[in-house]
Design a protein. Sequence first.
Length: 196
Amino acid sequence: MKNVRIAIGLAAITLLIFGIAYPAAMVGLANLLSPHNAAGKPVYRDGALVGFENIGQAFDSPPYFWGRPSAVGYNAAATGGSNLSPANPAYRQLVQNRIDTLLKYHPGIGVKDIPVELVTASGSGLDPHISRAAAMIQVRRIAASRRISEEQLRRLIGQHCRKPLLGIAGPGDYVNVLKLNLALDAGVESAGQSPD
């Protein structure tokens, strides 16, 4: 009986330390060191939550910059890739459909001009960024849809471009699609226009 009490006591102590105290300490430390990252960096507009800086969203209408496709429908509760091989016919058809859509809405560009992140999903399915090149090929479509100059859009992209961490870690110049689209809307509204 003494051994049973010892085993139960050790199990209870282990549960308290590793099941409650340690996770609580890690969450507290994460909130202390990077308070916004632990919450996904919420983004507000006029006091209303419109999304999260670290979680991609679906933008597919002509007046907006389009982000990276998602294999999980941008569902943050079910992150992941499609797990389909590049040789899988279903995957190849999915990518071809994305290419066809881009070519339809962006006349004048060729398949070789399309950055890979506009036709393939990331491993998480929630990548919130695209490269400067991916944003730039969308300029003509957005300018025509919003009836604003392409130069305005290029400047806006330049203002929202971020460099890799320390100039070496991560991709080249990139932009956050949600923040770029919010800035785009703010610029249009201040000019007294509204997106189509």
